[in-house]
Design a binder for this molecule. Structure first.
Ligand SMILES: Nc1nc2c(ncn2[C@@H]2O[C@H](COP(=O)(O)OP(=O)(O)OP(=O)(O)O)[C@@H](O)[C@H]2O)c(=O)[nH]1
Ligand SMILES: [Mg+2]
Length: 311
């Protein structure tokens, strides 16, 4: 990971603009803080591309565009790399962020960055209108950096997906796993599916009810998995419900948008999630400090009389 960061930092120093590709279904969780740090260190402007909008909730996408559009040195745009008309507007937008370079003499150099599996290579193929880069619905398809000409005035650099060392908020890890940015060996399907079900119960209960013909009132995450197994008749030998198959069904229905167009977080839900986690952590730290202070006071009280005992 350190080597990938170093390579990204070196390349970033040589480019004019960064296109950061995000997954429109989880724009906050798919924002790599390391990319922001490297980019701001070099003061490089950024076009944030919310990709896969064909799978995402349009209202949530509008809210995210507004939030990102207010960040310094950033423009934000929503696309589906599968729609040529969406992608056609990107070269001009990216070039507009580096007006000093936009001439026949100085080509605009654009680095396409993002976490794994958000669609960087698909986007590049669509921009150059040829299948130049390998793509696939797995993280880490792209293994090395590659440069591609985009007409005579621009060049695009594709790079491997970049993760960062520690995911600060546990729900981000679950969203990233649900959306396939994290490899299958790194997480437990059932835990991810239960968390996904819990989010869907809060944000899209009607979609769950419609797809699995179940009453969502009073259900919790594991209850959704059970309802899917029952509704589909998934059973293992002996007749018990097949929870594994129901788990895989929910994940696959979310990933393919068979459930509908879903965004797992909005700017507002993300803000309140962070506030809650931060407050719980602060409370835990305060309780630990209090415990430590009590222990220290007890230790002093025990050793005190002996230390100060008269001779
Ligand atoms: N529905 C939909 N799928 C997309 C879109 N863009 C990319 N994909 C799919 O997402 C998967 C990942 O695409 P890639 O282009 O390989 O992603 P990447 O970011 O280059 O991934 P790594 O190289 O592994 O980091 C593929 O299955 C693509 O077909 C999009 O706009 N909509
Ligand atoms: Mg790739």
């Amino acid at each position: 990971m350190a080597a990938a960061r170093k390579k990204a930092a070196e390349t970033l120093a040589q480019v004019d603009v960064v296109i950061e590709v995000l997954d429109a279904r989880l724009p906050g969780a798919s924002s790599n803080p390391m990319i922001a740090e490297l980019r701001l260190h070099r003061q490089r402007p950024c076009l944030k591309v919310l990709n896969k909008t064909d799978l995402a909730d349009p209202l949530a996408t509008t809210a995210w565009l507004h939030t990102f559009g207010n960040q310094p040195l950033v423009k934000a745009v929503a696309v589906s790399s599968k729609r040529p008309a969406d992608v056609a507007k990107l070269p001009k937008l990216a070039a507009s962020l580096a007006p000093h370079r936009n001439s026949m003499i100085k080509r605009v150099r654009i680095l396409v960055m993002g976490i794994p599996n958000v669609g960087k290579s698909t986007l590049i193929n669509a921009m150059v209108k040829r299948r130049v880069a390998n793509v696939g619905d797995q993280p880490a398809i792209t293994k090395h950096q590659s440069r591609y000409d985009l007409g005579e005035q621009m060049e695009l650099i594709d790079m491997p997906g970049l993760m960062w060392p520690a995911i600060e908020y546990p729900s981000d890890g679950l969203m990233l796993a649900a959306s396939h940015a994290i490899g299958e060996n790194a997480y437990i399907d059932e835990e991810v599916a239960v968390a996904l079900a819990e989010t869907l119960l809060i944000r899209y209960p009607a979609l769950l009810a419609a797809r699995y013909k179940c009453e969502t009132e009073g259900l919790d995450g594991p209850g959704v998995i059970e309802a899917i197994a029952k509704q589909r008749g998934f059973r293992i030998k002996g007749g018990d419900l097949d929870y594994d198959k129901a788990t895989r069904t929910l994940l696959s229905d979310y990933r393919s948008a068979a459930l509908g167009r879903i965004t797992l977080e909005t700017p507002q839900s993300r803000k309140s999630m962070m506030e809650k986690v931060d407050a719980a952590r602060a409370e835990k730290a305060a309780a630990e400090a209090e415990q430590a202070a009590i222990k220290e006071a007890l230790r002093k009280a025990k050793s005190g009389p002996r230390d100060s005992a008269p001779e």
